[in-house]
Design a protein around this ligand. Structure first.
Ligand SMILES: Cc1ncc(COP(=O)(O)O)c(C=O)c1O
Length: 399
């Protein structure tokens, strides 16, 4: 006797839900709107007190001495790479599995990203692969807390200290995460965050670099403002109209009304992190023992921030590939996504000479990955719809 399988929406059956559930989106409250409006009615739209207030709050929240707000997570990475003085001829090691922005930060400065493979369990960059990628030209190691799962910071700190390298943590996924009880933000030479709407808190667009090093912070402050010195005392000493551009920078400033939004959102981070953890826990409970899925591994040191919940398909148990499962879930109204295409696969990097096949874990695991919807505004019904759709699609494609 064969069990009857539900007809998938992609095959003409009724979908689990009519409106597509996005994989991520922002949650904006009336208090956030009020904070922005108050700032819009004030004297400063940019470079004003809301920027400073947000920076101070953010630094305190992540356990760092200095925070510099910039216009995106990408600008934060560019600022970090600039502050370290990366230049042509230098190399920096980056994970092969991340968003392109992590590696692009080196390219902006003419330095070369050297891609390192990730670990099979966490999909975080592998300390042994990073060590193997070091050369006399290596100046920095960039890690990424992929999905919000902290890397083994002790291993990377030891590696960086032993080789006299800077450690940069791209924590775009990891605001609110902790490593051995310490907040991500207090663990690397420089740590960067993103305030994009899919992230833990948003400013529309925005980013933050944090560090304990006042000189690095100052370099980034100047860099976000064309490279113009921002030391007011120095300026006053030579006349208030006088300023100096000492190195090439950009306009990477974040406005006051964006900082007001981000600060309002930051006040909710603790509750929102708890909500993300509860959604992740519900997925883990619902999918435990589903043989077609491999669920995220949480190392003992990690209190993850769950930017993403990435499952991996056990393809040998399915009659369909990731492409079909992806399309079937979207037809059911579940906006799954894939994070990420290995960075060196992109045509820009291929043209620079990187070749496929050098990062076997990232490249193999990429073929099996799916990100399930995960954001703070999801209702319990949204979470259950996702579980129902995944269960339905896997049942239909089960071997
Ligand atoms: C790992 C990682 N780094 C950097 C960024 C860039 O952030 P932004 O979009 O704010 O420029 C992102 C954005 O998705 C990201 O996921």
């Amino acid at each position: 006797m064969t069990r009857s399988r539900p007809v998938l929406a992609i095959d003409g059956g009724p979908p689990v839900r009519q409106r597509l559930l996005p994989y991520a989106r922002q949650l904006i409250g009336e208090d956030d709107i009020a904070a922005v409006v108050t700032t819009l009615r004030g004297d400063w739209l940019t470079t004003g007190p809301a920027v400073k207030a947000f920076e101070e709050r953010f630094a305190a929240a992540v356990g760092a001495r200095h925070a510099v707000a910039v216009s995106s997570g990408t600008a934060a990475l560019h600022g970090a790479a600039h502050a370290l003085g990366l230049r042509p001829g230098d190399e920096a090691v980056v994970p092969a599995l991340t968003f392109v922005a992590t590696a692009n930060a080196m390219c902006y400065l003419g330095a070369r990203p050297v891609f390192a493979d990730v670990q099979r369990d966490t999909l975080n960059v592998d300390p042994a692969a990073v060590e193997a990628a070091l050369t006399p030209r290596t100046r920095a190691v960039f890690t990424v807390d992929f999905t919000g799962m902290p890397v083994d910071y002790d291993a990377f700190r030891e590696l960086a200290a032993g080789q006299n390298l800077a450690l940069v943590s791209d924590a775009a996924h990891a605001l609110g995460a902790r490593y051995r009880g310490r907040p991500v933000g207090a663990l690397a030479t420089l740590t960067t965050f993103s305030l994009h709407p899919v992230k833990h808190i948003t400013a529309g667009e925005g980013g933050v670099v944090v560090t304990d090093d006042p000189e690095l912070a100052l370099r980034i402050r100047n860099f976000r403002n064309h490279g113009i010195t921002s030391d007011h005392h120095e300026r006053e000493a030579v006349g208030s109209w006088w300023y100096e551009m000492r190195e090439l920078g950009f306009n990477y400033r974040l406005t006051d009304f964006q900082c007001a939004l981000a600060q309002s959102q930051l006040g909710k981070l603790t509750d929102w992190t708890a909500r993300r953890r509860a959604i992740a826990a519900r997925y883990t409970e619902a999918f435990a023992g589903v043989p077609e899925l491999e669920l995220p591994t949480v190392p003992g040191w990690a209190e993850p921030a769950w930017h993403l919940y990435v499952v991996r398909l056990n393809l040998e148990r399915l009659r369909a590939g990731r492409r079909e499962v992806f399309a079937a879930l979207r037809a059911e109204g579940i906006g799954v996504n894939v994070h990420y295409i290995p960075v060196p696969w992109h045509p820009y990097y291929q043209a620079l000479g990187y070749r496929r096949g050098c990062w076997p874990v990232a490249e193999t695991e990429y073929e099996r990955m799916l990100s399930l919807p995960l954001w703070v505004g999801m209702t319990p019904a949204d979470v259950e719809d996702t579980i129902a759709a995944v269960t339905k699609v896997l049942a239909a494609y089960r071997r």
